[in-house]
Ligand binder design. Structure first.
Ligand code: GLC
Length: 496
């Protein structure tokens, strides 16, 4: 059986700040259904809910090298049978991880360098010999580098292969060169080594890209985009250089968790009934204190940051509010956007709510009750909320970038195809125009609208298809290894 260890800084339901946590919480489940022994390791953060912490079993006390120091490491395990039996491992060190939240501390380089080294130290005590180490985002970028540098000549590690998945190239883990020796324990000779040096700093994401056997990102389009300066976050040259090992595999979502037929959070469960969806809408309008009328409800559930296209959104906000609709926004983020949205909502109490909070229950209600879902991202490696919106029959309006381009097809009048609406350029009025196009169909061509809703409900982005692609990738990596073994004797023969 194929054995894969997922290494990440987030995993739902233990610790999550965004899409990374959702993916690490759901992809291993899908892989296990395909008879792959997928397991997960994350840091044991202080904020992990107590119900899980009390079930964890201490497996081993270790000493983890951090530069010239040795630090405590505790390997803990949680076997959650009701989650299809994924074994979850946690690396415990209270000094590094028993803090509020997950990120944003002065010693991030040390915390995550410790984590990467610690994971590799823990492997002999897991009762599990992974063939693939599947690393995710910069926090785990040092795993492939440390594997090569410190472990490759040990029999247990010799044949291990590494996959590094980029969920968001914008966050790279860049630190001063001083950490190289003091924290990472790498020789000064490495300061010029392409594996980690970046503009005279240390870059964890670069280390992951250069040192891993295969690099993936979370949609095909994003895997192409990041090779261009506009999306490349200064690593486009490097990604072009390594393009042969770069692949895009689109994310899925957990279709059991996000299922309008069974979701306990929503008002009325439904599969494809437009009437029942309208009943949800009326309830939401009531809860939000909106007039209960037949106007389109337009929604956004998002981190309020520039990545998510908030700049073009706030630019057209007043014009949008002059139209016949109700607007609900749920999310937190940059203060400037929060303030603009709060102010607008105060000025338009009959038309707009700005719910500046993170609330999964409300999020599900909004997906189920809204007609139109806005996602005008500046860039979007994959995006999960447009997939949830499709699943609940709320039609996405997206900018054609990254995973949005790969999952939303703009409605085409001629063919009748499409599950939403999209626009190409990051331009506020192109966005507004696209919303107006959608609203005119909603208002004047209800049967067409209902057809697009049906198309959305039929779109399929569960994990099965993508999990198969990961399986193929793992198998290819391992068969390359077999090829290497097969070819070595013949080389010797030829030399002989
Ligand atoms: C990041 C990206 C998002 C992606 C998620 C999971 O949060 O910004 O686009 O869906 O990771 O891969």
């Amino acid at each position: 059986m194929l054995k894969v260890l997922f290494i990440a800084s987030e995993c739902d339901p233990f610790a999550k700040t965004g899409g990374l946590g959702d993916v690490v919480g759901s992809l291993p489940l899908a892989l296990r259904k395909m008879r792959i022994d997928a397991r997960v390791i994350i840091p044991k953060y202080g904020n992990i809910p107590a119900e899980y912490k009390k079930e964890m079993i201490h497996k081993k006390t270790l000493t983890i090298p951090v530069g010239w120091r040795n630090q405590y490491g505790g390997l803990e395990i949680l076997d959650v049978m009701d989650r299809d039996g994924v074994p979850y491992y946690f690396l415990d060190n209270e000094t590094y991880f028993k803090r509020d939240g997950l990120y944003g501390y002065y010693d991030e380089a040390e915390r995550f360098s410790y984590f990467c080294r610690g994971v590799l130290e823990c492997i002999p005590y897991m009762d599990f010999e992974p063939q693939i180490l599947h690393c995710n985002d910069w926090q785990t970028g040092l795993v492939p580098l440390f594997l090569k540098e410190f472990y490759k000549d040990k029999p247990l590690y010799e044949k291990m292969k590494t996959v590094f998945t980029i969920h968001n190239l914008k966050y790279q883990g860049i630190f001063p060169m001083e950490v190289l020796n003091d924290v990472l324990g790498l020789d000064q000779a490495y300061s010029g080594y392409e594996g980690i040096e970046f503009n005279s700093n240390v870059n964890f994401m670069k280390a992951g890209i250069v040192s891993s056997d295969m690099v993936t990102t979370v949609s095909k389009t994003y895997s192409q985009e990041i090779k261009l300066p506009y999306y490349g976050e200064n690593l486009d040259g490097l990604l072009r250089k390594y393009e042969d090992k770069l692949q895009g595999i689109v994310n899925g979502i957990d279709y059991n968790k996000y299922n309008p037929e069974t979701d306990p959070h929503i008002y009325v469960n439904y599969r494809s009934s437009i009437t029942k969806k309208e009943q949800n809408k009326a309830k939401l309008q009531e809860d939000l204190g909106f007039p209960i009328e037949n106007v389109p409800v337009v929604a956004m559930v998002s981190r309020l940051t520039s990545q998510k296209g908030l700049d073009i959104f706030v630019h057209i906000l007043e014009e949008l509010l002059s139209l016949d609709l109700q607007l609900v926004i749920l999310g937190t983020g940059d203060y400037k956007y929060e303030q603009i949205l709060r102010n607008a909502a105060e000025r338009h109490p009959q038309k707009m709510r700005a719910l500046i909070m993170f609330n999964e229950d409300l999020a599900c209600k909004i997906y189920a009750s809204s007609d139109l879902y806005l996602m005008p991202s500046l860039f979007e490696p994959c995006g999960l909320s447009q997939l949830i919106a499709l699943r609940y029959g709320s039609l996405p309006v997206v900018r054609e970038t990254g995973g949005l381009q790969d999952t939303v097809t703009s409605y085409n009048e001629k063919t009748g195809e499409g599950n939403g609406f999209s626009f190409t350029n990051f331009n506020a009025h192109d966005f507004l125009h696209t919303i107006k196009r959608a609203l005119s169909i909603y208002n004047d061509h209800k049967s067409v609208w209902n057809k697009i809703v049906k198309n959305a409900l039929k779109s399929n982005f569960n994990w099965i298809g993508s999990a198969k692609k990961y399986q193929q990738l793992y198998e290819t990596l391992l068969s390359d290894q077999a090829d290497e073994r097969d070819s070595s004797p013949s080389k010797i023969l030829r030399i002989g």
